[in-house]
Write a protein that binds this ligand. Structure first.
Ligand code: PTJ
Length: 261
């Protein structure tokens, strides 16, 4: 569907179209549409902009990826539909491997996502070859199928938007987990080492920029950034930002668009 440029929500509608098209092409799971709608609602609370607390979360996350021995970026349907080029570039800049890992797993979807990532420039994609499959026993659903060269042996895993039980299982398996999830109260956010509460559409390109800046830092400097970070305090700051923004709107900052009628 073509979106008129003068529509007040044109950008948001274009993004929505990407998700819908992605679903028709089997990249996105049907439930991915519901997940996206939930994300949109949280993004309203942020004013659809990256707040300063999220810049900090993104910076520390990039430091952790750069300092990792074996970082892996997990790719699901929504991220493949929303920002394929950017996620491939983030993997390249941080030296992370890309692995397809799906909740609603089917070989048809793995193939569709592999194609998208290849078109976006990915040279190596993990998670699409049964010869290298392993299982993480702590996970009770199809996300337990992982690549022995990737998530299975990773020390740091970046998980953009998903359901929470894998984050819990990966933490229990001794891995460090970075997540990007607009819901600061989700199990994903609560269980992560670093929760980025921002829209993946903004967070991933911003992280690429941060990565090119942090690349010159040595391991001690990166560790300092990581060790100074506390995920719980960071989530409290996130909630405080969201609630004060709503309070300010409630107490007078909300503009009445009908004033100019
Ligand atoms: O592709 P699959 O099969 O692996 O399935 C992926 C989905 C997303 C369908 C699956 O992981 C799922 O059901 O996730 P949930 O439980 O709906 O959680 C998705 C979370 O992502 C919610 O907390 C949303 O608020 C959040 N979210 C949605 N869109 C965005 C987002 N966070 C950041 N950026 C977004 N654009």
């Amino acid at each position: 569907m073509s979106i008129p440029d003068n529509h007040p929500r044109a950008e948001s509608l274009r993004v929505r179209e990407k998700i819908i098209e992605g679903m028709h092409e089997k990249i996105v799971a049907e439930a991915g549409l519901i997940a996206h709608g939930r994300g949109e609602a949280y993004d309203y609370l942020l004013g659809e902009k990256t707040p300063s607390y999220a810049q900090k979360q993104q910076e520390v996350a990039v430091a952790m990826l750069l300092d990792a021995k074996k970082p892996v970026i997990s790719v699901n349907g929504n991220i493949a539909a929303l920002c394929p080029e950017e996620i491939v570039q983030l993997a390249e800049t941080t030296g992370a491997a890309l692995e397809i890992n799906l909740f609603y797993r089917s070989e048809e979807r793995v193939e569709a996502i592999t194609k998208v990532l290849e078109e976006a420039g990915a040279k190596t994609i993990l998670g699409d070859d049964p010869e290298h499959y392993e299982t993480i026993e702590e996970i009770s659903h199809l996300r337990r199928i992982v690549d022995v060269r990737g998530i299975y042996s990773a020390d740091v895993v970046l998980v953009p938007l998903e359901d929470g039980d894998r984050t819990m299982a990966l933490r229990r398996a001794g891995k460090k987990v970075i997540t990007i999830d607009l819901n600061p109260l989700s199990r994903t956010s609560l269980w992560s080492n670093i929760s980025i509460v921002n829209n993946v559409i903004r967070a991933v390109p911003e992280m690429i920029e941060v990565a090119s800046k942090l690349k010159s830092k040595n391991s001690n400097e990166l560790k300092e950034l990581i060790n100074d970070f506390d995920n719980y305090i960071s989530l409290q700051k996130t909630l405080s930002f969201m609630s004060s923004r709503l309070r300010e709107l409630a107490e007078g900052k909300l503009e009445d668009p009908t004033n100019n009628l």
